[in-house]
Write a protein that binds this ligand. Structure first.
Ligand code: NAP
Length: 244
């Protein structure tokens, strides 16, 4: 596991947006950030599931708000509305974690339809590009903002039958590297994290034969994310890190 012990109040008053925060790694990360003092914005398309996570966080004394948005349907106008809302309510964004992801069909490329590839690229790549672009003024307004893209082992080495997902995660790494170079002067750090095998619905769908008890829970893989979101990673940008 990435070796980092987050100090209490590491993220005190930092405004952090986590996509795909209604379940899995995103929900665990949102709770982890709130517990360290952040004001967390939880994005998802399932309003009821988002609300349940928000209530959990509030019950523990955390500060949280929900942002309902379907990343498959969102267009430039929808992202502009998000940016306006956050500008009004917070005036800046200290952390942006692109966590939402779609596995897509686990079949060889020969059997992958163009529509399936487009859908996976839309959620895993296009949304991360468009949301980052729309939120740039808020990221610039923060002191040392941190953007995290979510990669995968198959985003660093291609693997048969991981088709669209693998291609999307390679594109994610490219997006991260280009943003990192372009935003360095603005003091915005951009990195990627490969969570590694983690006990979520996506993992279970990809490895149906696996005993979930043998895979780390989402709560266990948070240290690298917390490190990147806090000031201890000052100067770290353009890096592809591993949670495990
Ligand atoms: P998960 O439990 O399947 O959660 C995926 C999240 O993405 C859900 O919140 C889901 O929302 C959201 N999402 C998917 N399509 C969306 C859309 N169109 N609009 C808005 N939200 C959408 O997966 P996870 O394992 O936590 O994965 C989190 C990230 O880690 C992903 O980027 C994944 O590729 C990466 N990852 C995971 C593993 C692993 O072993 N778990 C390994 C490597 C990388 P809904 O509930 O509405 O579908």
């Amino acid at each position: 596991m990435f070796d980092y012990q987050a100090p209490a109040e590491l993220l005190k008053d930092r405004v952090i947006l986590v996509t795909g925060a209604n379940r899995g790694i995103g929900a665990a990360l949102a709770k982890g950030c709130a517990a360290l003092g952040a004001k967390v914005i939880l994005q998802g398309r399932d309003a009821a599931a988002l609300d349940a996570v928000c209530q959990d966080i509030q019950a523990s004394g955390g500060r949280v708000e929900a942002l309902v948005l379907d990343l498959e349907q969102a267009d430039a106008a929808a992202y502009a509305v998000v940016a306006e809302r956050l500008q009004r309510s917070h005036g800046r964004l200290d952390g942006l974690v692109h966590n939402a992801g779609l596995l897509g069909p686990r079949v060889p490329l020969e059997e992958t339809s163009a529509a399936a590839l487009a859908q996976v690229l839309q959620v895993n790549v296009q949304a991360g590009f468009a949301l980052t672009q729309a939120l740039l003024p808020l990221l610039r307004a923060a002191d040392m903002a941190s953007v995290i893209f979510t990669s995968s082992s198959v985003g660093r080495k291609g693997r048969a039958s991981w088709g669209a997902y693998s291609v999307s995660k390679f594109a994610t790494e490219g997006l991260m590297q280009v943003w990192a170079e372009e935003l360095g002067e603005a003091g915005i750090r951009v990195n990627s994290v490969n969570p590694g095998g983690t006990r979520t619905a996506m993992r279970a769908a990809a490895y149906p034969e696996e005993d979930p008890a043998r895979v780390p829970a989402p709560e266990a893989i948070l240290p690298v994310y917390l490190y990147l979101l806090g000031p201890d990673s000052r100067g770290t940008t353009g890096q592809a890190l591993n949670a495990q």
